[in-house]
Design a binder for this molecule. Structure first.
Ligand SMILES: Nc1ncnc2c1ncn2[C@@H]1O[C@H](COP(=O)(O)OP(=O)(O)O)[C@@H](O)[C@H]1O
Ligand SMILES: [Mg+2]
Length: 686
């Protein structure tokens, strides 16, 4: 008996040791998680220790420094300052390729070698790919056992794990909207919310706006929610309606006992704010790609950092490209203004001198600098200036194919990337690469463009026209809106004894009967006619849904639908499309493949040879873009992915991007805008 009693269950306590030192823990752990601080005399002053015994293992031991390999790469003086930061808040502001992520890994290794428990170092990353890449680098540096003890996670993964630990019996955490089979889909819930509130428009669009608003820190239950939404970049005229629908969605979520991804962030942020004792006590908190942190993520990182010995924000204002999703690039400058130490890193280790110069040329003269220009590393090769050519995905595929055939520099397919300005260009690019027989990996979609949401809709329609109910059959029922009930659609899809059309009719549901009629029309058409009709329906659907929200239709989505339907015609049959999907799916993560990506997804990654597709006047900045500076930053991100060779491809006759013009001599233009027009005229004549 210790005479110290648990503040929660009043049971006996025992002295335990955590990464943060000794504390009193309830003997009934894990049933009870009560903790108390240990005072200097070994007793207790009755204050909760704020230690979650499952988060910080009781028996974790420091790593024997002799087993941590010495640094292999030599960090430069600026990088060393970041790696050696031990207490207080700092902002490591550095341009692309300056080794920001590398320094985070090295710093973690240094801390572990100094005796810090790996469990005590938390690195928060932007998305799953980034977290994965960080864990791989840690494993390489520290060995897989020690690396597995380091905390490297996305905000979502971090928050979900935490909530599960706090509320192990809460069923909602096992029923995540959009991620678990037991939960209804977000679309279903928003669809119901729309019906119940008599709001017109698109469930998908509301779902997306709801997520953005909440992650931008707007409380939709607050009395002034409508005003806040009006002022935000998503609200506009439909603000009142958005708030009504979102609130209804919240209630439905509650009734159906499930939660969604934004809930995880928002709930944790709220708990941290309300009850600081529950903030986990890491010793060191590091945030990578901090320029793209949204408001709620910021709140979480600030709370954790506030309880830690050190907090480092690592990022680059020049690469802030998620303003449209609620990221607050001012974070970095704000933190410096609030007293965080600015630690610039100015040497680029990724690229040739010519490519570093090109990046600087884009960034120069704009006010989103923090840390100034960067320079190439002393031993960097000069390299060729980036080239601007006329051409599209098919040309790039031909050049890559030729490069690979002439294997003189020993570069495999993984050295190449095609970065597309828009998703529709991605469609063309995938087809062009597949047509050349090249292995392809599409970032963000394992099965490539046909596995994206729109791609699956087109495929589902083409299958339905052949009388097959494919997995996405239920989703085409209301695209365009036919007022088909989802349970009726499900019933029809499950009824495999009769034809799809008969099954739809047999439900007696009016919307299903309408779909049956439409599918019969499709059946009578040629394959090309079917592709054409599906395109019309899906484009109309986008327009109708935007109208309901009083918004402009999403041009990129419409272009993507058109590109997919054209690609479907080119493929010649739905069987050929399915073959393409399964071929791309079969490419394992570690298998060499040419990477295809949008500029957004490519953030943080690098390739020897990069082609940027669609650097046209109308696309960069995108004609629909409201924030030209963010477009410039996206152009900067695409440019700085290249290590050795970079080609900008201009496809249409409207001339090249003004961003290229601004780069002056930093690029070599082998076409003039006039040539493009001539070329187009020649093509048209032919
Ligand atoms: N001090 C260094 N010496 C040699 N190479 C380095 C050094 N720092 C970083 N690199 C290399 O530079 C490239 C870019 O590093 P990365 O950490 O991805 O940069 P960032 O996160 O700033 O974009 C990587 O290939 C990395 O291995
Ligand atoms: Mg990085």
């Amino acid at each position: 008996m210790t005479g110290i009693f648990c503040p929660r269950c009043k049971g006996d306590m025992t002295k335990r040791h955590s990464a943060r030192g000794p504390f009193w823990g309830c003997k009934a752990f894990p049933t009870c998680r009560g903790t108390l601080n240990v005072t200097a005399d070994g007793g207790s002053d009755g204050t909760t220790a704020g230690i979650d015994p499952t988060e910080f293992p009781l028996d974790a031991k420091p790593v024997d420094p002799a087993t941590v390999p010495a640094r292999i790469i030599a960090l430069d003086d600026e990088q060393l300052l970041v790696a050696a930061w031990r207490s207080g808040e700092a902002v490591a502001a550095a341009a692309a390729g300056s080794g920001k992520s590398t320094v985070l890994v090295e710093r973690t290794a240094d801390l572990v070698r100094e005796g810090e428990l790996p469990e005590n170092v938390l690195t928060l990353t932007f998305n799953r790919d980034a977290a994965q890449s960080l864990r791989e680098k840690l494993a390489k540096r520290l060995g897989s056992d020690v690396a597995a003890r380091c905390r490297a996670a996305t905000y979502h993964a971090f928050c979900l794990a935490l909530l599960k630990r706090w509320y192990p019996t809460d069923a909602r955490l096992g029923r995540i909207v959009g991620a678990s089979d037991e939960a209804p889909s977000k679309l279903t819930l928003f669809g119901q919310a729309l019906r119940e509130t008599n709001a017109p428009g698109d469930a998908d669009a509301y779902a997306e706006i709801d997520e953005r608003l909440r992650e931008a820190g707007i409380d939709l239950d607050a009395p002034d929610a409508v005003e806040q939404v009006e002022k935000s970049r998503w609200g506009g005229e439909a603000a009142a309606r958005i708030v009504t629908v979102s609130r209804r969605y919240s209630v439905l979520k509650h009734e159906r006992e499930c939660c969604d991804f934004s809930d995880m962030l928002c709930v944790v942020a709220k708990i941290f704010a309300k009850d600081p004792k529950r903030i986990l006590r890491y010793a060191h908190v590091q945030v990578d790609e901090a320029q793209d942190t949204n408001v709620v993520q910021q709140q979480i990182a600030m709370a954790l950092g506030g309880c830690a010995t050190s907090l480092i924000w690592v990022g680059d204002l020049r690469q802030s490209i998620y303003g449209w999703r609620g990221a607050e690039p001012t974070l970095l400058t704000d933190r410096v203004a609030a007293g965080a130490q600015l630690l610039p890193i100015r040497t680029n280790y990724r690229s040739t001198v010519a490519i570093v110069e090109a990046g600087n040329a884009i960034a120069r003269g704009h006010d989103w600098h923090l840390g100034g220009d960067c320079r190439a590393r002393p031993d960097a090769p000069d390299g060729e200036r980036p080239v601007v050519r006329s051409g599209g995905a098919a040309d790039a595929a031909a050049w890559i194919s030729a490069d690979l055939a002439d294997d003189s520099d020993g570069q495999g397919p993984s050295s190449f990337a095609l970065l597309a300005r828009t998703n529709s260009i991605l469609v063309d690019a995938e087809c062009a690469l597949v047509a050349r027989g090249l292995p392809v990996r599409v970032l963000g979609s394992r099965g490539g463009v046909w596995e994206t949401q729109v791609g699956r809709l087109v495929r589902a329609y083409l299958h339905a026209a052949d009388n097959e109910a494919s997995p996405d059959f239920v989703r085409i029922g209301n695209r365009p809106l036919r007022y088909a009930k989802s349970d009726a659609l499900k019933r029809a899809a499950g009824n495999t004894d009769i034809t799809v059309v008969e099954a739809l009719r047999s439900t007696g549901d009016r919307g299903c009967i309408r779909l049956a009629g439409d599918l019969e029309d499709l059946e009578d058409m040629s394959y090309e006619g079917r592709c054409d009709q599906v395109c019309k329906w899906l484009v109309r659907d986008v327009a109708d849904r935007a109208a309901g929200l009083k918004q402009e239709p999403d041009e990129d989505r419409i272009e993507t639908i058109r590109a997919l339907c054209e690609a479907a015609v080119q493929a010649g049959s739905i069987t050929a499309i399915e073959e393409q999907v399964s071929r791309i799916k079969k490419t394992k993560d570690d298998q060499p493949a040419v990477t295809l990506s949008t500029g957004h997804r490519a953030k943080g990654l690098e390739w020897a040879v990069v082609y940027v597709l669609g650097t046209d006047a109308a696309l960069f900045p995108h004609m629909k873009a409201t924030d030209v500076e963010e477009e410039r930053r996206l152009f900067y991100v695409a440019t700085t992915r290249a290590a050795c060779s970079l080609t900008y491809l201009v496809s249409a006759g409207e001339g090249m991007s003004p961003f290229i013009d601004e780069m002056g001599d930093a690029v070599k233009v082998v076409i003039e805008a006039g040539d493009l027009e001539e070329e187009r005229d020649e093509r048209d004549e032919a």
